[in-house]
Design a protein around this ligand. Sequence first.
Ligand SMILES: *[C@@H]1O[C@H](CO)[C@@H](O)[C@H](O)[C@H]1NC(C)=O
Length: 411
Amino acid sequence: MNGPGSRMMTCIFSVVLVTYVLQEVGAGDLRQVTEPKIPATCVSLKGTGGTETSVLQKALSSCGKGKVVHLASGTFVSGPLTIPSGVGLWIDSGAVLKASSDPKLFDKGKNLCGTVNTVYHGCYPFIHMVNAIGSGIYGEGTIDGQGGIKLTGKTQSWWDLAHEAKLKKEHQNNPFLIEIENSKDVVLYQITIKNGPNFHVVVSQTNGFTAWGVTIATPSTAGNTDGIDPAGSQNVTIAHCTISTGDDNVAIKASNGPSRHISVLNSHFGSGHGMSIGSDINDGVSDVTVNALTLHGTTNGLRIKSDRSRGGLVTSVSYSDVCMQNVVNPIVLDTAYSPTATGNLIPEYKDITFNNIRVLTAGKFTFDGYSDAKPIQVTLNNVHIKKGSKWVTKYAKISGKYFEDENGNKC
Ligand SMILES: *[C@@H]1O[C@H](CO)[C@@H](O)[C@H](O)[C@H]1NC(C)=O
């Protein structure tokens, strides 16, 4: 019975099974993503601590395709930089690239950058990649957005502007730290990114983006500072990343094209508003895989948020092997994020699966669908939560069940 023949059969069956499961779950990034490599250097620079925008931009602009500008050591301060197509930036261990805190350097020409106003988008991003193929940022060094430092000629920091804007119900004009637009096969590898004045990494209308081994470390009190936002992008992998910030750790959006085939793998989230899809999703989000994620101390865990002013279809989302501790709202599927919203862009969430989920501390679980005609459709498999949790459902079709038996004390 147990001869080598049967073992071989078991082995073959396992391979077939694993292949099958991978294809099933392969709803995420369709590319075969492996650990990135740092390309060859075109020029190596040492930072002096002074503002060196033109030195850096010149080095980037004259570096050949397939090569990187190497920041070897020291501190570089800079205004906005553009990384050309095919070119990379290697920030070596110990080197720091700081965004200048002079809003004038980022201003798009209307004197809006660094102000709170009814209009926004007044700033250029700190690092911009647009129509870029194969560009990237690499290395064990740091990009510091200096979000908490007083701005040149002002009494407030970028984050103070964000808080003021929230109070006044207006907009802060703060730069994104890294913005990737209309690009292909862009990589962020190993770098530490901190203190973003606004969102840290915005990836819009891009096909092929990998963040691998990236750390985002920004205080929980910094307003409006999403970690990584794929928006209207496809074939995205976020793997081996550690993200702590003052807003969504990851937010998948879709109001400038659909977002599809997105994988979040083997990552850890500290403070932040969670692993989010939304809130602008009117072009649809599908084929998202979240696997092997731990969350500690986030306000939300796995979250899909939208409302009738900006909703759409979110489908084929699978969360598996997720562990959470000290998370206030471990699962929130919400179709009335802004309860007073008006419009006919109805949020619809279906084919959402939760597999092997452990939640070690009590929290609130919300499944709030839009209507009987458009209920949330969810499958639970092996979901274990802590006794004393709150479970709230409305217009939700839930197959499978949860167990209030989680007693672990470590993810
Ligand atoms: C996503 O990746 C797959 C596999 O490499 C490729 O066939 C497909 O064209 C990619 N999609 C986009 C939108 O780039």
